[in-house]
Design a protein around this ligand. Sequence first.
Ligand code: ARG
Length: 490
Amino acid sequence: MPLVSQPPNPRPGEGQRPADAARTDDQKRNAEANMQWGGRFAAGPSVVMQEINASIGFDRKMWRQDIRGSRAHAAMLGRIGVLSAEEVQAIGAGLDAIAADIEAGLFTFETALEDIHMNIEARLTERIGDAGRRLHTGRSRNDQVATDFRLWVRDAIDGLDSQIEEVMRALATRAGEFAADPMPGFTHLQTAQPVTFGHHLLAYVEMLARDRGRLADCRRRLNECPLGSAALAGTSFPLDRHMTARALGFDQPTANSLDAVSDRDFALEFLAAAAISAMHLSRLAEEIVIWCSAPYRFIRLSDAFTTGSSIMPQKRNPDAAELVRAKTGRVTGALVGLLTVMKGLPLAYAKDMQEDKEPVFDAADAWALSLAAIGGMVRDMAPDTARLREMAGSGFATATDLADWLVRVLNLPFRAAHHVTGRLVARAEARGVDLAGLTLAEMQAEEPRITASVFDVLSVEASVASRTSYGGTAPENVARQAAQWLSVLG
Ligand code: ARG
């Protein structure tokens, strides 16, 4: 609820608990909130206090994780004899009913109940009575939220990992298709040497493979269970933390209760992995934007991935690519934002840490959508192979091949070969031809020992075919690597 629509904030000291029956909705909710933690409170929070304090507007996204955590905690409390079998059963049934209500959109999330943890617990107690009130034994919202959030990030990692895999599959498939099609390779966005289109696409497969590796590392370190660390010091109840950890799919319980409730490294690592991956996607998006521009015309995106202009009928705008490029900003912002929240926080939990969720949720959404859009564009794009081939041969792209020939055949030192080649490029440029357009006599004017066999290395096809070094752009390499990736990806 936007703050502006709220009644004015009461003056300090002015109680909000009404004596009369005509209580406002907000005041009723205040009274309700107090029931959760208000034993020593005489009055409910002010409207602005509620507004700034509540996280239910966004942490409701974690309702599944919260219910999973509560189930595991209740089962463990039953095992150690803190809850009776009937109570565990009632809690389980109550949580099932709540899950069904949320799923069906029938659950009313209350701002006054602050967060997802208290919303679910309050509803549980409403439904099943005292057993609901016993669920919080040996647990605090501090370890509860840390557990729920780890579970959420872990689920997000698993989803994103398969999305990245899907994009890699799309790239490797297209790479195999265009393994032998030359295009200009650039450095400084200046024509450098011919490469194949497939080779270029496989470069992104490598980047995305490392992105998956980062997610896997993050998942491994994240996979410890904070539940049972309680508020900060642990608990006097004989909890079986190994049991809850196992039940929730964690490798083990966290080892230090202070660290467990105040650590958000897992969220930061996730955001760092997201920021790096979004940066990769942004580079590809930028190339797509360049490639489908009119001066380049390297690829064409279909109507499915372009938009028109309301004024210029000829336009086909690559909006999806531009938005992938732009979303990198919010993902990077999320990382920097959370780092800034966490820096300088004393141990253990502080409410500042509630600001951890929105950046993570937002970055995860932006990343997932970017992956879907990039995957779609990779599958959709139609490279103009004739144009790519033509441009691959322009800009003296085989000059390095000429220099290498001078070294290999005439045994010139590379620096001398570089110099001779430079002079030949200047001649060709002056005459408006490419290197293969020079006559043998013109070549020999710069270096008398040059023979006609030099022309064999000046074609684009010869250039890419010669790059057989491991990881090089030779079509046979590219075809093999594309096939290898596809078999690894399954
Ligand atoms: N909504 C809180 C969060 O997201 C839950 C933990 C609250 N703990 C507390 N001691 N107030 O961080």
